[in-house]
Design a protein around this ligand. Structure first.
Ligand SMILES: Cc1cc2nc3c(=O)[nH]c(=O)nc-3n(C[C@H](O)[C@H](O)[C@H](O)COP(=O)(O)OP(=O)(O)OC[C@H]3O[C@@H](n4cnc5c(N)ncnc54)[C@H](O)[C@@H]3O)c2cc1C
Length: 510
């Protein structure tokens, strides 16, 4: 049995939602993965009379496509879509059967109107929590538009293909054989990348806002909801709605919710924001702030938005090492997400740079997959919690190097090693390895404010207890500020503070 009893019970409920018949076209061989795939297909057909099966030969074996009767949809799964991709399979079955997707009609119309032939291939790992978003978006596009097709490829089942294409990060997406992108991408992001992004003219008619929030993470979402609840004209500009939580797997300290996952929390945030009359401008990056009569925010696309008050909630991003080789070999062995890209380094030698909690957690996870893990920490001691260090030191395939400075990540077309300096002796060493995971903390996204708002030496915006900055009418919240701690619940609290601060400011200055 390939599905356990609990999953089968859930699946049975979902399959009852299928609207029409579907046809799985199955291409199988005699290998183990084919055997597992056939077992999965058998279990599916045993659970729903709406699922029919036909043996065929597809481009990849093992694989199967999910089709309407008499009409191919172009949705194919190569490998066995279990793990994080199981939801992608269930959604594909339901949507191909005619069940409507939970997506804005505007986006559905946009997808249907795309002209041309687009064949997407996405390489995933079944433990990657960033992959299902991409797979589900591309599947939906294939289901809605006959010119679009998509094959999900489990990298672990097609190792030679992954090796020959030099794929070292997932998800990696190819369009008509050319690299299209890697990392998490939402449906809107994929559409924008295909040339469907709004331009400056789409913003030209916008009236000034009372509160304009820049940033769509926990701080920005909270600020916008608090502002909108005061009945004032509110907008959000966000480069990527959701923020860092989109890259977070388990969250256990969002008080009152015992366990959730980042993308799930981001979806709830979006749903909550959409309950109010808030103008959400997603996939838009702010590049300039200027205080005139009103405050102006200029976007990368050239549009200028005006507002009486602005709340900056642009959060933070992974800190880069800044050594030679890091940028060159990004996604070619240099990685930042151990959950996503770890499986691609099965049986290989990898390094983790950074001995804080995230670095040591990454090293422990990777030790279960990789042949050997070397941890490099700049300081003489690891900074991670004692319990994590204990676990790390109990593992047989981990080496910890302390008091070392990473000098260079070496490679040809992909990473082949790392050079470091022993800070005590000054000696340089080189280790041959295939992957480097950088885990050295975060930097605030405030570079675009150079020369405007007062920041501390770490680049964090200095705020008072109302969330106010040194510029009247400009407030800030969350990880981009000088708050002592950076957490979801703290960001949300400071977002609320900044919105109430902005509201008081509006009352005093109107
Ligand atoms: C791997 C990981 C695990 C974590 N786990 C936890 C946890 O378990 N519990 C917990 O409480 N915290 C956790 N955190 C921390 C938590 O995610 C952050 O504290 C929180 O997301 C900060 O929220 P924010 O809104 O301030 O910023 P962010 O979440 O960084 O959001 C910033 C927003 O601003 C946008 N933006 C940035 N620049 C611009 C620009 N120029 N123009 C327009 N928009 C812009 C971004 O696209 C994004 O929408 C974790 C963080 C990471 C990286």
């Amino acid at each position: 049995m390939i599905l356990d009893a609990e999953i089968k019970a859930q699946l049975a409920q979902y399959l009852q939602l299928m609207e029409g018949d579907i046809l799985l076209k199955v291409s199988a061989g005699s290998d183990n993965v084919s055997r597992d795939m056939l077992a999965l297909v058998d279990e599916l057909t045993a659970m729903s009379s709406k699922i029919k099966v036909e043996k065929t030969q597809l481009e990849r074996t093992p694989s199967f496509s999910v089709n309407r009767i008499g009409e191919d949809t172009g949705v194919t799964f190569a490998g066995v879509p279990l793990g994080h991709e199981f939801t992608s399979l269930v959604l594909a079955l339901l949507q191909v059967s005619g069940r409507p997707p939970k997506v804005d009609q505007k986006i559905i119309d946009q997808i249907k109107s795309i002209k041309g032939e687009y064949h997407f291939e996405s390489y995933v790992s079944l433990t990657c929590h960033n992959c299902p978003d991409v797979v589900q978006a591309l599947n939906l596009m294939s289901i809605l538009n006959p010119g679009i097709s998509h094959t999900m490829i489990d990298g672990a089942a097609f190792k030679d293909e992954v090796e020959s294409k030099g794929i070292m990060a997932v998800p990696t997406v190819f369009l008509n054989g050319e690299l299209f992108g890697s990392g998490r991408m939402s449906l809107e992001e994929i559409l924008a990348k295909m040339g469907n992004a709004p331009d400056a003219s789409d913003f030209a008619e916008k009236e000034p806002f009372d509160v304009l929030v820049v940033g769509g993470g926990p701080a920005g979402a909270s600020a916008a909801i608090y502002a909108a609840r005061k009945g004032i004209r509110t907008g959000i500009v966000a480069e990527r709605f959701g923020g860092q939580i989109m890259d977070t797997l388990g969250i256990e300290n969002f008080i009152s919710v015992k366990y959730t996952e980042g993308p799930k929390l981001a979806a709830s945030l979006e749903e909550h924001v959409k309950q109010y009359d808030i103008d959400v401008m997603n996939l838009q990056r702010a590049k300039r702030l200027e205080k005139k009569d009103l405050i102006e925010i200029e976007l990368e696309n050239g549009a200028v938005l005006k507002s009486k008050t602005v709340i900056i909630a642009t959060g933070a991003r992974w800190r880069n090492l800044g050594v030679p080789g890091e940028a060159e070999f990004k996604n070619k062995g240099v990685a930042y997400c151990p959950h996503c890209d770890g499986p691609l380094f099965e049986g290989k030698h990898v390094a983790v740079i950074g001995g804080g909690n995230s670095g040591i957690e990454a090293a422990i996870d990777l030790a279960g997959i990789a042949k050997h893990v070397t941890v490099l920490e700049f300081m003489p001691e690891l900074k991670a919690d004692a319990v994590l260090q204990e676990r790390l030191y109990s593992l047989p395939n981990v080496t910890v190097l302390k008091n070392v400075q990473t000098k260079e990540i070496t490679g040809t077309d992909k990473v082949n090693g790392i050079s470091y300096i022993d800070r005590e002796t000054g000696e340089e060493h080189h280790i041959e390895l295939q992957g480097v995971f950088v885990q050295i903390g975060l930097v605030p996204n405030t570079d675009w404010l150079d020369g405007t708002i007062e920041r501390n030496r770490f680049g964090e915006i200095i705020v008072d207890k109302h969330g106010a900055t040194n510029i009247p009418g400009v407030f800030a919240a969350g990880d981009c500020t000088d708050s002592a701690y950076k957490q979801i619940i703290i960001s949300m609290g400071s977002g609320a503070t900044a919105a109430l601060g902005a509201f008081d400011y509006l009352i005093r200055n109107s």
